[in-house]
Design a protein around this ligand. Structure first.
Ligand code: G3P
Ligand code: CA
Length: 269
């Protein structure tokens, strides 16, 4: 986590600057970089023809003008869809930086996102979440590592040096990543706090906990236990000023937010 050393709390743009621009589009990530985010978060899924694309839901229905499961569609099918106009249809009538370039609201491949980060002109970390990895029995992680290798990001010298980290709700997915690339940091995501995790232990080999803001609000002592156990804590999704303040008070290491500009402002940056 390269930026945690520069700032006390790393600000991570969740699906890009996804409050202001359509999630997981180039427009949303460009906006996050422009806003000064330290890192970008994205979800990845495999298309029917084996490409990793940045889409949150199993189906494209909510965030595009198409229908169907990502896993049943080829990249060319997805490339024909518009991933931008739902934002104006369902949310704000005018989002601030409506892009002119169709690429900015097309389906975003992980490869294109890696290029954007490489060309950003300043160091930016990337938090990549594997979605539904069990369905593909290892293929998501395999493709992910092949792609990271192409960008020289698959085998960092140490986890602390890595600009990329892999997140998942699936301990098995994280295990596959570490088995192939032991120095890549992994983040175990938690939506609810199950009794077996309350002592602050994480699945073997995992360095970073990724609790929901709901857990942080209801179990602040758990966050302290994680820190005492030597883990980093990356919290999602932190959009309200009072939640930002609570995260800072508890000493979390990264705040994952749809509003990077507002959070940076709250942190006095
Ligand atoms: O950053 C973790 C968070 O994104 C997990 O939840 O549903 O937004 O992918 P979700
Ligand atoms: Ca995610």
């Amino acid at each position: 986590m390269t930026h945690a050393r520069q700032h006390l709390v790393q600000v991570v743009a969740h699906r890009g600057a996804s409050e202001e621009a359509p999630e997981h589009t180039l427009a949303a990530y460009k906006k996050a970089i422009e806003d000064g985010a330290d890192a970008l978060e994205c979800d990845v899924r495999l298309t029917a023809d084996g490409h990793l694309v940045c889409v949150h839901d199993r189906r494209v229905n909510r965030t595009s003008n198409g229908r169907g499961a990502v896993s049943a569609l080829e990249l060319a099918d997805l490339a024909a869809l518009d991933f931008g106009s739902w934002k104006s249809r369902d949310e704000e009538p005018d989002w601030e930086h409506r892009p002119q370039d169709p690429e900015d609201t097309s389906v975003l491949t992980l490869e294109r996102l890696l290029e954007l980060v490489a060309d950003a002109g300043r160091p930016i970390d990337l938090a990549i979440e594997t979605k539904h990895p069990t369905r593909w029995a290892g293929q998501v992680e395999e493709r992910l590592l092949v792609l990271l290798k192409r960008f020289g990001l698959d085998a960092p010298q140490s986890p602390d040096e890595s600009p990329v980290r892999i997140m998942s709700f699936s301990a098995r997915s994280l295990h596959r990543v570490r088995a192939a690339s032991p120095m890549l940091p992994t983040v175990y995501l938690l939506q609810f706090l199950s009794p077996r995790l309350r002592d602050g232990r994480l699945p073997a080999g995992v360095r970073i906990a990724g609790p929901s803001m709901r857990i942080v609000r209801s179990h602040p002592a758990y966050i302290q236990r994680l820190k005492q156990a030597g883990h980093q804590v990356h919290v999602w999704t932190v959009n309200e000023p009072e939640d930002v303040d609570l995260c800072v008070e508890l000493g979390v290491d990264a705040i994952i937010t749809n509003r990077p500009r507002a959070v940076l402002h709250r942190l006095g940056r």
